[in-house]
Design a protein around this ligand. Structure first.
Ligand SMILES: C[S@@+](CC[C@H](N)C(=O)[O-])C[C@H]1O[C@@H](n2cnc3c(N)ncnc32)[C@H](O)[C@@H]1O
Length: 257
């Protein structure tokens, strides 16, 4: 796993997703999962290990290779439950029939897509009735918080009036060196996505915050010994108002009508 921020992100999303799956599908049902923009495939692999049939879509050849390499280390029974497709997530209709998945994941992708609505409509079409759409997006309602907490006032002030994510000058573990400047990605607001999900036939069912307390951790932050307690705090905050509303990321779960 990556640094502390990535560990918190993957762990929280896993717990929230498992909660939604447990509340929606019969125990032990082998689900058909589509993971769009799967990256290295952390969630895809986890769900395949749990017994589900997973299709990963990724447009980047390097990421597909990384996912393939990771899969190669798995036992055959798990490998044969995973299919990897190199494609743009907007082209799911070219590869799959409508209604052919129980769960569709799209995590950390919307921020790179200029016009998310057509992508989201395509993903909703992939879902069978009652299927779950799980979206992880950068929270456009709380962009000023993290630069503000870090004392980066200029970035914080600009963040109130933009939907672009302006990463503040994070420092590495030795202090001093900005490490994530210049990344130009979008953020999404809960109200906008709620309206979009209603419009594409997969209305919002539940939403969570992800990384309420640990988003300001330095890039090189070590995993603390009391990680389980940290995760328990993040898990509670991620489902409790008002904390979840200022999380760095939002995890939205829509259900296909
Ligand atoms: C931040 S990573 C997230 C990876 C993984 N979903 C996760 O949550 O750990 C975003 C991934 O989405 C992929 N991606 C971005 N836009 C895409 C698109 N339009 N179609 C398919 N993949 C895309 C990128 O190549 C990258 O691997």
């Amino acid at each position: 796993m990556g640094g502390l921020r990535d560990v918190v992100r993957q762990e929280l999303v896993a717990r929230q997703l498992d909660e939604q799956i447990a509340g929606r599908f019969p125990v032990g049902k082998r689900l058909r999962v589509l993971d769009v923009g799967m990256g290295q495939g952390t969630q895809a692999l986890r769900l395949a290990r749990a017994g589900h049939q997973v299709t990963g879509v990724e447009r980047d050849a390097t990421m597909i290779s990384a996912a393939r390499a990771r899969l190669a280390g798995e036992p055959e029974g798990i490998r044969e439950r995973v299919r990897l497709v190199q494609s743009d997530g907007r082209d799911t209709g070219v590869h799959f029939l409508p209604g052919s998945f129980d769960v569709v994941l799209c995590h950390g992708v919307l921020m790179y897509v200029d016009e998310p609505d057509p992508l989201l409509a395509g993903l909703a079409r992939m879902l069978a009735p009652g299927g779950l759409l799980s979206l992880l997006v950068r929270n456009g309602d709380a962009l000023a918080l993290r630069p503000g907490l870090a004392g980066d006032w200029e970035t914080a002030l600009a963040a109130f009036d933009t939907s672009a994510y302006l990463p503040h000058s994070r420092t590495d573990s030795n202090g001093g060196t900005p490490t994530r400047l210049g990344l130009d990605v979008r953020a999404d607001r809960l109200s906008d996505l709620t309206a979009t999900l209603a419009g594409i036939g997969a209305p919002l069912h539940t939403w969570y915050g992800v990384r309420v307390c640990t988003d300001t951790a330095a890039d090189g932050a070590e995993i603390p010994e009391d990680l389980e307690t940290l995760l328990a705090v993040e898990e509670r905050a991620g489902k409790t108002d008002p904390y979840r509303g200022v999380a760095a990321l939002l995890h939205l779960c829509g259900v296909r009508g």
